[in-house]
Each structure stands twice: as structure tokens, then as C-alpha cells.
Design a protein around this ligand. Structure first.
Ligand code: UD1
Length: 419
């Protein structure tokens, strides 16, 4: 199995280009099932998770053309069949569950393997099912599967107890072809939800309010084909921003939307990083040549600080001047990177959902594990400044969500390679 080796100490210089958002593209590919014509996704990020959702669609009968060279995916869903999806694809990626809303909508039934627990928490699906039920579906759970059925879906008012990203997306996808009006309250406000709605609206759906807490969906009869360019990946951009800060370098990051990155920009500024947004160019210049100060942060649903940036920020704050308090409110078990950072010499104590990070003057390279996707990115970031060599194992997690991270960092001057 591949590993990544990083030799710490290099200053970064130059520019990096951000890919399109994985978390936009996954629901958009799933939503392609709903249409009766071809859908083209341009500038798609060619990532493991994207291949997995494409495989799920292929299994369901979609015809896909994946052009790796031009980052283009064409999906023809005219031959989709209401067959059960196989266990191993859902096991590989929880987001496979996003086909449930579209399949229920198109065929009135969907049977899929239960996603189960994952590294960062139990991640139940009760809110997805609550939404489907409100639209008129019944569900049955047993033998590791969940089956949802409905003779017809009818719009309804749905209040989510928590603004779950996946549940909001699945309910939108189930509701676009339902009869009448669906209102989702306390919906997730993440930019990826708005991107999904923009995509569906370009196919003829009528979704209003996506990106805010109340989303109104007027059901339509059918959806046509479309072409879509997804939004930039705000988490990938944030990861490179931390790369600039942690190495005390000045770098330019191209492919950003300032609004989507606001919580990350503000937190980095608070810690002493100089940030210059070039809005017209959709770029940002990060200058980390100052001393990095300790800051407290709490992860929250958007527009709060993203849980997907918590691990990377912890690597930075592990070397900051002072003590930072990091509180994880979104997932219950998202501190697995702590023990790995401590092996590198970080001084971190965990108390429930809070981590107390006491900045140390230096960390040292050793073999560490990518315990999940963002934790893996955090290890690379720590490796960029650690004394000596850091070897990162289990990097398949990193490949799920970062397009050629080692090449992009190497272009910036990092001493990094896959072996
Ligand atoms: C999505 C993102 C993931 C990100 C997360 C939170 C994708 C493919 N993944 O994951 O990168 O970290 O949002 O920003 O877009 N929950 C329930 N019941 C449910 C559903 C969720 O209790 O039915 C809980 C989860 O256990 C978790 C919290 O809600 O504690 C947030 O989960 P959710 O917003 O659904 O995250 P995902 O859509 O899985």
C-alpha cells in the first residue's frame, strides 16, 4: 500500500490551483439519476470517492463516460433500474447513500446497505428517513439493509432536528419530483447544498432558498439534461491556506470563493496569518511569516467553522504560541489525529469533545497514520514543518478527497513523495 513521505523544513513559494468540491460533486452525480437526458459535469475532481459514486450509478444501470484527461463526466441515466445496491460500495463510502433520495423519487423504492459506523462517529441516517417518511414513504430496516418504499411522494413540511448535510440533500432529491410543495426547515446551509440546487434547477427543478435554513421545493413532472461546473473545494483551499501558514510561507491559492471560506479566513487572521483576498481573480494570498498565536475554535454547521478543517487547524495550533481550545460539536469521535500528532511531539489533551492544544516550539517526523481523510491532510501539514522525515500510512483516505496533493505541494516547493 502506498505511503507519503515528507521531509520537513522547506519554505513554500508560488501558486496552487484548487479542484472542484468533492462534497458538491458526489450529490450532483447521485442527482443525475433523476433526469431523463444526459448530464455533463465539467471540471470534476477525479478522486476515489467520485469513482465510487460513479460505480454505484453504473451498478444501477447508468451509462457513464469518465474523461480523466479533461475532468469531464457524462452520465446517461435513461436505463437506470430499481435494483439493490451492493454492500461493498456503501461500505467503501457512506455518501453512496445519496442515491436513496433519487431512486425513491424515480422508482418509488430503494434498498441499500446500511452505512454503519465510520471512523469519525456513528453517523446515523434517522434524519434522512424522517424526511422520506414525511414525503409519504415507509421504511424497513433489517439484515444490514434499509428499504424505503412509496406509492407516490407528496410534498410536506419537514423540520430537521440537526442541519444534516446529507439528509438535506437526500430530501431535496426526493422532493424535486414529488407532488406539491416541500418545505425543509433547519436545513443545512453549506455551499454544496446550493450547488446541488443550482444543478437541479438547471435541469428544470424548482428549488428556492438553498443555502439558507428554509428551503422550498415545488415538485415538477420531469427533469431534463444539463451541463454543470461545480463550485471550488473550500476544504481543499483551506488545507493549502494552512500549508502556507504552518510553513511560515507566502503562497497564492487560486480557485476560491471568499464567502465560502470566511470562517477559515477569520480564524487564520485571528491567529496572526496575513490574508489578502483577490476576489476578482478568485484567489487568495496567504502570508504566514508572522508568529502564529493560539486561538480557540469550535466546529459548527455552516457558516460556522467547518469540522472538515478541524484536524488541519490542530496541526497549525500544535505549533502556535500559547494554548488553544478546540471543540468539535459536529461529530462525536473526530480527534483520532490527536494521538498521531502527539507521536510527533505535539502537546494535546482531550476532554470529551474538547482538545486543549498547548503549542510546542517544534515537532519531529516519524511514521504516522492517516486515520481519516482530513486527519491524513493534517499529518501531511505537520510533516511539512516537522524535523526530519514523516511517513504517512493509510493514505487511501487522503486519496478519497484530495486531487494529487503530493504533486500540488511539490510544485509549491515541499519535499514530498508517494512511495
Ligand atoms: C457531510 C460531508 C462531510 C462533513 C459533514 C459535516 C459529504 C459527502 N460529506 O457529511 O465531509 O464532515 O457533512 O459538515 O458532503 N446525523 C444524524 N442523523 C442523520 C444524519 C446525520 O444524527 O440522519 C448527525 C451525524 O451523526 C453527525 C452530524 O449529524 O454527527 C453531521 O452529519 P451530516 O451533516 O449528515 O454529515 P454528512 O452528510 O454525513
Amino acid at each position: 500500500m502506498d505511503k507519503i513521505r515528507v521531509k520537513g523544513g522547506n519554505e513554500l513559494v508560488g501558486e496552487v490551483f484548487v479542484s472542484a468540491a468533492k462534497n458538491s460533486v458526489l450529490p450532483i452525480i447521485a442527482a443525475s439519476i433523476l433526469g431523463n437526458e444526459k448530464v455533463t459535469i465539467k471540471n470534476a475532481p477525479m478522486l476515489e470517492d467520485v469513482y465510487v459514486i460513479c460505480n454505484v450509478l453504473h451498478e444501477l444501470g447508468c451509462q457513464l463516460s469518465i474523461d480523466n484527461l479533461n475532468n469531464k463526466i457524462i452520465i446517461d441515466s435513461r436505463n437506470v433500474k430499481p435494483i439493490d445496491t451492493s454492500n461493498n460500495l456503501v461500505k467503501k463510502m457512506r455518501a453512496s447513500f445519496l442515491v436513496m433520495g433519487p431512486m425513491l423519487s424515480k422508482f418509488g423504492r430503494c434498498k441499500i446497505s446500511l452505512p454503519g459506523g465510520c471512523n469519525i462517529g456513528s453517523r446515523p441516517i434517522d434524519l434522512h428517513l424522517k424526511g422520506f417518511k414525511a414525503l409519504g414513504a415507509d421504511f424497513e430496516i433489517g439484515h444490514g439493509f434499509v428499504e424505503v418504499r412509496a406509492d407516490k411522494l407528496t410534498g410536506n413540511r419537514i423540520y430537521l432536528d440537526f442541519p444534516s448535510v446529507g439528509a438535506t440533500e437526500n430530501i431535496i432529491m426526493a422532493a424535486v419530483l414529488a407532488k406539491g410543495t416541500t418545505i425543509i426547515e433547519n436545513a443545512a446551509e453549506e455551499p454544496e447544498i446550493k450547488d446541488l440546487a443550482d444543478f437541479l434547477n438547471s435541469m428544470g427543478a424548482m428549488i428556492d432558498g438553498a443555502g439558507r435554513g428554509k428551503i422550498v421545493i415545488e415538485g415538477v413532472e420531469s427533469l431534463k439534461g444539463t451541463e454543470h461546473i461545480p463550485i471550488y473545494d473550500r476544504i481543499e483551499a483551506g488545507t493549502y491556506m494552512v500549508a502556507g501558514a504552518i510553513t511560515h510561507s507566502k503562497i497564492k491559492i487560486n480557485g476560491i470563493n471568499e464567502e465560502h471560506l470566511r470562517p477559515v479566513i477569520e480564524k487564520l487572521k485571528e491567529s496572526g496569518v496575513r490574508i489578502d483576498v483577490l476576489a476578482e481573480e478568485q484567489s487568495i494570498v496567504v502570508d504566514g511569516r508572522n508568529i502564529i498565536k493560539a486561538v480557540d475554535l469550535k466546529t459548527m454547521p455552516y457558516p460556522g467553522f467547518p469540522t472538515d478543517m478541524q484536524a488541519q487547524m490542530m496541526s497549525l495550533l500544535a505549533l502556535a504560541n500559547g494554548v488553544s481550545v478546540i471543540t468539535e460539536t459536529v461529530f462525536e469521535n473526530r480527534f483520532m489525529h490527536v494521538s498521531e500528532l502527539m507521536r510527533m511531539g505535539a502537546n494535546i489533551k482531550i476532554d470529551g469533545r474538547t482538545a486543549l492544544v498547548e503549542g510546542v516550539p517544534k515537532i519531529t517526523g516519524c511514521e504516522v497514520k492517516a486515520t481519516d481523510l482530513r486527519a491524513g491532510a493534517a499529518m501531511i501539514l505537520a510533516g511539512l514543518v516537522a524535523e526530519g522525515e514523516t511517513q504517512i500510512t493509510d493514505i487511501y483516505h487522503i486519496d478519497r478527497g484530495y486531487v494529487r496533493i503530493e504533486d500540488k505541494l511539490k510544485n509549491l516547493g515541499a519535499n514530498i513523495e508517494r512511495y
